[in-house]
Design a protein around this ligand. Structure first.
Ligand SMILES: NC(=O)c1ccc[n+]([C@@H]2O[C@H](COP(=O)([O-])OP(=O)(O)OC[C@H]3O[C@@H](n4cnc5c(N)ncnc54)[C@H](O)[C@@H]3O)[C@@H](O)[C@H]2O)c1
Length: 336
């Protein structure tokens, strides 16, 4: 994770010497967020049950900064573990979740329990330890079947999967806890975040790592549907920047819901070409299979609210961010 110098200058006063909790901090986005928080001078506790991650990255960070990074293995469904991890934290970044739309279709009750009930438990822990703010990792999937693009926060959500429904429940809880208990809360709707360290091997892995790995192995990736489905692919560094701004901005805290994307739409077919080029295999063409249940056809972020409330400006061009991710997957494959 590299914050640009201007962002560091802007964010350091808000985080230097501050104690924060990151739930899900051993995961993909959470790990990058922890890197950035440490570089800004914060003291970070991570609570993660490692159900979808390993300690590979975080252990290195703890070793490097033992005074400022602490890891607790535990679930957001365990009140005692939560309160212990949150103790003394003024800001909680709540990223722990059972991710992936297809996984939630296979395990709906578990998705609801971790993502919706787990969020209420984090809110209650925040009240117990008197944290001042919670930033919640929500998802663009809550927009669901509404065909209008770009997605604007004022649109009525229409979730198409248990995952999206559970994220919408989390957002609603954050807004209610702000009203009833004066806790500062803000929800961020991430749009297809990708970058180094995002897992490529699970059955529920995201599209960028799956395509990158396949192509680096010289194999054709599978596109579900005809490839015209499109997404707002967001570099993890930009998602982290927006998340840090949400943790520190004085213009939010009343349960706002804010898109975090780039404002650029890319079809899955075009994404495959960009990855093939970055991987040095432009001749590889994808194969096609029927579209999957629960997937939304298009998702493009309107980022005006993030700009207005957070001063958020995405810094990465898609092609450059894909190149960097592919470089990371190439190095990871070479290590095997
Ligand atoms: N990656 C994306 O494109 C994207 C898009 C929209 C929203 N999000 C949301 O952002 C957050 C981070 O996503 P990510 O891509 O880093 O996923 P991730 O799976 O890498 O990270 C989630 C982390 O939460 C942990 N976790 C799961 N259940 C837990 C529990 N009960 N208690 C404690 N920890 C638990 C996992 O072990 C993992 O480390 C998630 O809330 C996800 O739903 C991600």
């Amino acid at each position: 994770m590299r914050l640009q110098a201007e962002a560091v200058n802007r964010l350091r006063p808000a985080y230097e010497g501050r104690r924060v909790l990151v739930t899900g901090g051993a995961g993909f986005i959470g790990g990058h967020l922890c890197d950035a928080l440490v570089s800004l001078g914060a003291t970070v506790t991570v609570l993660d049950d490692l159900s979808n991650s390993t300690l590979e990255h975080l252990a290195g960070l703890v070793e490097l900064e033992p005074e400022r990074v602490r890891f607790t293995q535990g679930s957001v469904l365990d009140d005692d573990a939560l309160i212990e991890a949150a103790d003394g934290a003024s800001i909680i970044f709540h990223l722990a979740a059972l991710g992936s739309v297809p996984r939630s279709i296979d395990y709906p009750q578990r998705a609801w329990s971790v993502n919706a009930t787990g969020t209420i438990r984090v809110l209650e822990a925040a009240r117990t330890v008197r944290a001042s703010r919670i930033v919640f990792a929500s998802s663009s999937s809550v927009y669901g079947e509404d065909p209008r693009q770009p997605r604007i926060e004022t649109m009525t959500p229409a979730p198409l999967s248990p995952y999206a429904a559970s994220k919408l429940a989390g957002e609603t809880a954050l807004s209610v806890w702000a009203r009833c208990y004066g806790l500062e809360t803000v929800s961020l709707r991430y749009f297809n975040v990708f970058g180094p360290r995002q897992p490529a091997d699970s059955a529920y892995a995201a599209v960028v790592p799956v395509f990158a790995k396949k192509m680096l192995l010289g194999e054709a990736p599978v596109i579900f549907g005809d490839g015209s489905a499109s997404r707002d692919f967001t570099c993890v560094d930009d998602a982290v920047l927006g998340t840090l701004l949400a943790g520190s901005s004085s213009s939010v805290g009343k349960g706002e819901v804010i898109n975090l994307g780039t404002g650029r739409s890319t079809s899955v077919r075009d994404l495959a070409s960009i990855i093939a080029k970055a991987a040095g295999v432009p001749h590889i063409v994808p194969t096609f299979e029927p579209a999957r249940k629960g997937d939304v056809p298009h998702a493009l972020a309107d980022t005006s609210l993030a700009k207005r409330l957070l001063g958020y400006e995405p810094a990465w061009r898609l092609e450059d961010a894909v190149e960097e991710a592919v470089r990371w997957y190439r190095a990871a494959l070479a290590r095997i």
